[in-house]
Design a protein around this ligand. Structure first.
Ligand code: GTP
Ligand code: SPV
Ligand code: MN
Length: 589
């Protein structure tokens, strides 16, 4: 009796006891009702209807503004299967503990059943999910971020093949907040948070944590990567995937307005946060963007840094925790205008400088992908796009050069596995502390990261034309503590060198860490940057790298014998190359 979906929804309703259950069809009429409900809850308001039609500002609870990694759990029977970098709970114990918080949690509220597809509707790489939630903000956001409603319901039908997600705002008390994943059951339980990555369950919970688990079982990859196409003169487009940790520049790179447009280089956006990839018949790894919208960081986004994003945000957009001008327009630090008198901050107070930033540093916009002027004509291609380069990167004030290329796949996996980055406001906790964040997946890998490294090494043997692997760092600082590299649209200069390397051109110098562009290999015309800055940006300092190696060794040691031997090998090889280099520098110096 009833489909697997209906049965599961009945169970969820028995547990949470909502007043009403609404199956969402994704229609415009339904969205109007959802938005009205969102406005009625009092934490959202309508923005200027002339300049921002169909746009809303949502304010989340001040203690609920970012992902909470310490409250995020992977629940498998065996603790070793989640590894040293994940929080673990026994599935039974988790059901007991978190089940008590779901008990009656939707009393007096509406339970929305949100069926959705991650990925283009007709793509063989796509997957279905269902999120049950009592938050109209989550429903409205999921409608932007995924293919939601009837199209997903039709696909699921009477099949049991979908990822289940149960979400309730609960009482929003961080003491009663849990984001729990049960990968073996394809199940997510999230309670006590209304914030993006904790509450929009199709995104990090499904498309990365559950999907990475499935990908390993099934021989594909789910990665925290943007997907872009770099068009070169003549119109050829080369696709690249780039993994940077949260708030380290994926959206901005994927949507950049190229500084070399007049030379024929242009960037097309396929995705800005997540890539699902499978080996295709042509021997290339093909990537789809499982999402349908962008949940992007607002602060720092302006007409100077990213006109494409700014152009996309003037309609059908939900803003979260931005400030608002007296004209009811969204505002944030870095938007490009001075704060107008009468500005209301993200906490809904009259702002003054003593109150700190007017927008929360992790304020976000949720916008349909097709509104970006840079959206790729291939962004919904069912077969995905063939990936020629992987780019790892992070925020490193020191150590990592602007760009370098790994010697081969195994070395590239080592480069990804030893990535490190300064922490940001995208997660609660300290900001600006360097931590190891392998492949930008530290908070998102749904199983033991040692096994994840194995999977990466294994994939290398299965892809006839594997992507070349690079590492970038837009965030290196000079002695004055300022960024040495202008970033944003100028990053295309680095993409151009990467493209040249992929095509077997591009001048490079071999260093202990990999191939670095020779001093004149980067196209710098039209850019005001001193030769000294370029020198510093491209420099590889053996002493800094020795320190970094000691730190990555400590990180590797956490995994014990489960760490692939190949990574220890690469660590030793780098160590040897550095000491040879250090010795020859000492001789020549
Ligand atoms: P998540 O959505 O959290 O995964 O973040 P993301 O990786 O997409 O980062 P995003 O592009 O939103 O950028 C985060 C912050 O870094 C914003 O404040 C940007 O303005 C800033 N940023 C992005 N690219 C650059 C760059 O090339 N140089 C500098 N200096 N800042 C950048
Ligand atoms: C990130 O933190 O990497 C994000 C935002 O993309 S969230 O959806 O909250 O995870
Ligand atoms: Mn992200």
């Amino acid at each position: 009796m009833g489909t697997p979906l209906e049965k599961w929804v009945d169970d969820a309703a028995r547990l949470t006891k909502p007043d009403r259950v609404v199956y969402c069809d994704g229609s415009t009429a339904e969205n109007e009702r959802i938005v009205a409900e969102m406005l009625r809850e009092g934490d959202s308001e309508t923005l200027n209807e002339k300049t921002y039609p169909n746009c809303y500002l949502h304010r989340s609870s001040p203690n609920d503004v970012a992902r909470t990694e310490h409250l995020t759990f992977i629940c498998t029977p065996n603790k070793d299967d989640v590894g040293p970098t994940n929080n673990w709970m026994d599935p039974g114990a988790a059901k007991h503990k978190i089940g008590a918080l779901f008990e009656g949690a939707m009393r007096g509220r509406t339970m929305y059943v949100v069926p959705y597809i991650m990925g283009p509707v007709n793509s063989p790489i796509s997957k279905a999910g269902v999120e049950v939630t009592d938050s109209p903000y989550v429903v409205a956001s999921m409608r932007i971020m995924s293919r939601m409603g009837k199209v997903a319901l039709d696909r699921i039908g009477s099949s049991p093949d979908f990822v289940l997600g149960l979400h309730s705002l609960g009482d929003l008390d961080p003491m009663r907040r849990y984001i729990a994943h049960f990968p073996q059951e394809r199940l997510i339980w999230s309670v006590g948070s209304g914030y993006g990555g904790n509450a929009l369950l199709g995104k990090k919970c499904f498309a990365l944590r559950i999907a990475s688990y499935m990908a390993r079982e099934q021989g594909w990859m789910a990665e925290h990567m943007l997907i872009l196409g770099l068009e070169s003169p003549g119109g050829k487009v080369t696709y690249m995937g780039a993994a940077f940790p949260s708030a380290c520049g994926k959206t901005n790179l994927a949507m950049m307005v190229s500084a070399l447009e007049d030379q024929g280089y242009r960037v097309w956006t396929v995705g800005d946060d997540i890539a699902w990839m499978k080996v295709a018949d042509d021997g290339y790894l093909h990537a789809i963007n499982p999402e349908a919208g962008f949940f992007g960081v607002a602060p720092g986004t302006g007409m100077l840094t990213n006109p494409n994003v700014m152009g996309a945000l003037h309609k059908n957009t939900i803003f979260t925790n931005t400030a608002m001008t007296p004209d009811r327009e969204p505002w944030w630090e870095g938007i490009g205008s001075t704060p107008p008198p009468g500005l209301i901050n993200w906490k809904n107070e009259k702002w003054d400088t003593l109150k700190g930033p007017a927008a929360h540093p992790n304020a976000r916009y949720t916008v349909p992908a097709q509104q970006s002027p840079s959206i790729s004509p291939k962004w919904e291609a069912p077969e995905g796009v063939p990936i020629s380069a992987f780019i790892f990167g992070g925020r490193r004030a020191r150590v990592a050069p602007l760009v370098y290329e790994a010697f081969d796949w195994q070395h590239g996996v080592f480069v990804g596995a030893t990535m490190a980055s300064e922490t940001t406001a995208a997660a609660t906790g300290n900001v600006g502390v360097v931590r190891r964040d392998p492949m930008a997946m530290l908070p998102f890998c749904g199983y033991n990261m040692a096994d994840y490294f194995h999977h990466w090494l294994e994939m290398g043997t299965r892809i006839p034309h594997p992507p070349k692997i690079f590492h970038v760092n837009w965030f290196r600082r000079g002695a004055d503590n300022k960024f040495l590299w202008p970033g944003y649209g100028e990053n295309v200069r680095v993409l151009k060198w990467i493209l040249e390397r992929v095509e077997g051109r591009g001048a490079a110098e071999e260093t202990p860490v990999g191939f670095v562009p020779t001093r004149n290999a980067l196209t710098l015309d039209g850019l005001q940057i001193s030769p000294e800055a370029i020198e510093e940006l491209l420099s590889v300092n053996p002493e800094d790298w020795e320190d970094d190696l000691a730190d990555s060794k400590q990180f590797f040691d956490k995994f014990g014998a489960r760490l692939p031997q190949e990574l220890r090998e690469e660590h030793d090889k780098l160590s040897r190359r550095l000491s040879t280099e250090g010795a020859s520098l000492a001789r020549s110096g």
